[in-house]
Design a protein around this ligand. Sequence first.
Ligand code: ZN
Length: 80
Amino acid sequence: MRRWCAACGANQHLLTAEYAAYLSGLGLPQLLSHIEGGQLHSVEAPGGTLVCLESLCALTSRTRELTLSFARPEGLVNTK
Ligand SMILES: [Zn+2]
């Protein structure tokens, strides 16, 4: 899903907050605190808060690794 991220000033891939929390391994409460703190870009959408993937990648270098491990279920076992 690509939508306008005002903070980036560009169209970015946006993830649901739940999926971003899962993908980054941060957990939803910590992810939301990063949004409140301004480290993560968020866009309010009818279905809920969406998180800018670009800001998520900047926050945690693990995101790319986790995105790759997403294709391998066993890779998700040791994400913490
Ligand atoms: Zn952004």
